[in-house]
Design a protein around this ligand. Sequence first.
Ligand code: ATP
Length: 259
Amino acid sequence: MSLLNVRNLSKRFGGNAAVDDISFDLKAGELLALIGPNGAGKSTTFNMVGGQLPASAGSILFDGRELLGVPSHRIAHMGVGRTFQIAATFASLTVLENVQMALLSHHRKIFSFWRAAAHRFRDEALDLLRQVNMQDQASRPCSELAYGDVKRVELAMSLAGRPRLLLMDEPTAGMAPAERNGLVALVKDLVIQKNMAVLFTEHSMDVVFAYADRIIVLARGRLIAQGSAEEVRAHPQVQAVYFGTGKTFEAAISEGSRP
Ligand SMILES: Nc1ncnc2c1ncn2[C@@H]1O[C@H](COP(=O)(O)OP(=O)(O)OP(=O)(O)O)[C@@H](O)[C@H]1O
């Protein structure tokens, strides 16, 4: 049975249908990529699932419970985690402190007194850092880290909320190709180990085709294709919309270009 059921979801901004009657499912243990050209409606879809944006119509069921109309903080506590395009860590805090902070937040402790409670959740934070291969850098301030490592810390922070569904908006934005592959390979391992569902948007097609279990393609707010990498790659409408210039996916991959 699916963990997430999106049905006939739409969002209009004035006369513009940013998301237009889309439906898709996501199972536990599945890594689902949401792709499409700029302005296709990916972020708008994410923001509706995460509760940051109200929908104009449709339904989003998470484990059978309707998410539409539920505030984002409550959606987070229901088990839907989120990472953003720009990693949100506290630069002046150490790696470990950032993850402890996320744990304090998850357990609804008060931020302002957190230093006094810094010993709390230390073991749990170290365990989360181990899961993203950052335990060796636990005592370094986040400001000193390479960007790819900051993204790993952010991933550990999002795991602090024990999400059953993790939404990752362009997790590899701003990363070098080798770092990109490392991060998404790690996410794929976590999906399998934790039987967690992940929905991610991504501009890097090589990463999508290498790691996603399934891909859905949006164009101008409409869902035009969904399926395996092979199915999506071969889909005529996807090729036409994505590479209207006559480019093929293979060419785009070898150039490492953004659509
Ligand atoms: N707050 C808003 N007000 C008005 N129009 C918006 C708003 N947010 C998004 N849009 C429009 O909705 C459409 C979909 O935008 P969205 O940001 O969801 O696309 P996207 O696929 O995430 O694009 P990108 O890959 O560039 O991030 C676009 O036409 C955009 O201009």
